[in-house]
Design a protein around this ligand. Sequence first.
Ligand code: GDG
Length: 486
Amino acid sequence: MATDEKRSLIIVSNRLPLSVKRVDNHYESSVSSGGLVTSLSGLTKSTQFQWFGWPGMEVKDNTDREEVSKSLSKHNAVPIFLDSGLAHEHYNGFSSMTLCIPGRWHSLAHKTTDRILWPILHYQSGVTFDDGPWQAYKRVNELFADQVADAAGNGTLIWVHDYHLMLLPELLRTRLRNQGKACAIGFSLHTPFPAGDFWRNLPVRKHIIEGLLASDLIGFHTEEGARTEIPNQIQYKDRLICTGRFIIGIDPQKFTDTLQTSEVQARIAALEQRYKGVKVIVGVDRLDHIKGLTQKLKGFDTFLDDHPELQNKVVLIQVAVPSREDVKEYQDLETELSTLAGKINGKHATPEGTPLLYMHRSVPFTELTALYSIADACLLTSTRDGMNLVSFEYVACQENRHGVLVLSEFAGAASFMREGSIPFHPANKSEMSEALFEALNLSDAERTKKYMYLRDFIHEHTSARWGQTFIEKLSARTWDRAGASC
Ligand code: GDG
């Protein structure tokens, strides 16, 4: 490729990273922040890209569709319109959540019966299958394939994201071939990929694997993902597929810059005053079963039981961001957590205050950075997690305090951050309690040593580097196709 020639790249994700809203008789869209958006910002110099995905709302009328498309095109985004029933069956029905608890299953007499992919990917599900949501999953993948294949030019790089679109590489490959276009297709999975024996639970696993294996490059967060069912290089039919670990990161500079604003500085000062003499532990998680929030609250309860001397001297501030609120299992989880939070405070509160601040809402980014910054420790209890970017963000905000990361061994991040954090098993309450105690009692020298390790890691593995590395590797697959190795 000539150096002055811009590569053309299509990113595909289930949801566009933008929010669209109607204002009077037109539509306005704004970019939502996120790792993927940040990682791509560094690529714009060498790459011309478009982003395809569902805009997150049903738009029926053709004139409205044109208006939405016009508004999104200002951000290089292209909407794939889905009617809400299909979008629901695809996302809530097949792709996403539910815990399948044998025996309880048949009482859930509504569409949730086939939410299967998310739990299986996170080692949470038994065997369940129903054809309706699977058909919806296939249909949505086909609709994406039609639109993306038509938009791609010969040589365009196509980068598909996440578990909602695992059939897309194969559907795209067929369409592109029929249209005489040679395009490299990359796929990044943002969840763990389970071990082969667990993956067998998925009745349609062969279709999904065949869908994925039409990619030229498949990226996972950790070696564990890259090494389970799929080794680092696969010869499948007449094609070679490269797989690998690509460490997604954050943009640490964005956190440093935000922390320096007068608004955040004032907030930090106020919070530090409020928690003078109190050790602050922070937790920030989407309210999801995989984040181990029940385990976190129970472990914190054990910690409070184990250390009565810390009464009024320690607080856990837990932000639990609402997620998939229309799904019964998520509603049940929230009820369980708020009940547990009430019980823990009922047991340990004093007239001076409560040890647990459970916030079931999202907080603005500025508040988030202030919370990260004032916390002496960050407690993350994922039972499984692709990576967990909160662990990176906490480190990015600890330049002054050198707080300690107490990190579940089941977060993808733990495979890189073990040395700089205090690892523990999230189901072991005593181990969690000991890890917390250790974190709050490390010597300054130990804290700084751990912090420096993590600091170097997050600055080396930024989101920009992640995007660039993946695209470079994908692009090499295009130019070097004949006989290429991985
Ligand atoms: C999936 C995988 C993988 C959270 N609360 C607030 C808020 N957040 C932001 C955090 C962070 C993001 O949400 C959460 O990212 P995570 O990586 O921790 O977790 P998932 O949402 O489950 O993401 C995960 C990731 O994809 C990327 O591949 O790492 O394993 O499950 O950026 O800051 N942001 C604001 N207010 C909040 O209250 N502003």
